[in-house]
Ligand binder design. Structure first.
Ligand SMILES: Cc1cc2nc3c(=O)[nH]c(=O)nc-3n(C[C@H](O)[C@H](O)[C@H](O)COP(=O)(O)O)c2cc1C
Length: 185
């Protein structure tokens, strides 16, 4: 049985991000997966903005222990977020800064980094306000995908199997039902 961990970074509970998370959860449960969710803005453990002293401290905080246990248990990590300023929301970056820490997500062997989260699959579902083609022709789509893939996923020894950036999603969106069907596919 596969364990799915959904990591959602959206301040609005009634956002399209959560509609995608619900859709994914339903499909994963139907496949017999076990599903867990981290709702970054509403979790009981809120992690302060990481500062130099935090990054160099060796001790594992209770919040890190809580999140790292969830990451360890999961066979697949699914990140869901809105595209903000050409990237993902700062709360997700802070989550990665804190919890994909040295000694847990990677370490160094003869000065070379080695990922410690081998065997885990990563999927990304994101939405942006502008139409998808705009980010494809400007290269912004592949830039975000490659950054996530190389600097985070591969660095930690994991594998990126899905990256979808759905465009034209705003408060007036009429395409949301079609996108939910694409997640199913
Ligand atoms: C702080 C902020 C920054 C944003 N930056 C971008 C952007 O760089 N490009 C874009 O196309 N849309 C941008 N948007 C629009 C969001 O991507 C859009 O509202 C979101 O994808 C809608 O999905 P949701 O219902 O899941 O929040 C931004 C929105 C906010 C609030």
């Amino acid at each position: 049985m596969k364990r799915t961990l959904l990591i959602v970074a959206n301040p609005r509970r009634n956002s399209f991000s959560f509609a995608m998370a619900e859709q994914y959860k339903k499909l994963a449960l139907a496949k017999g997966n076990e599903v867990d969710i981290i709702d970054l803005y509403r979790e009981k453990y809120q992690q302060s903005f990481l500062v130099f002293e935090d990054a160099t401290r060796r001790e594992v905080t209770p919040a890190m222990k809580y999140y790292q246990q969830k990451i360890t248990n999961a066979g697949e990590l699914v990140f869901i977020f809105p595209y903000w300023w050409g990237s993902f929301p700062a709360i997700l970056k802070n989550f990665i800064d804190w919890n994909f820490s040295r000694g847990f997500a990677f370490h160094y062997v003869n000065s070379k980094p080695e990922g410690l989260l081998k065997g885990k699959e990563v999927k990304i579902f994101a939405t942006c306000g502008a139409p998808s083609f705009y980010y494809r022709i400007t290269g912004a789509h592949s830039r975000l995908k490659n950054m996530f893939k190389k600097q985070i996923v591969k660095f930690c020894g994991m594998q990126l199997t899905t990256f979808m950036l759905f465009g034209g999603v705003d408060t007036h969106a009429k395409n949301t039902e079609r996108i939910l069907q694409k997640i199913k596919a």
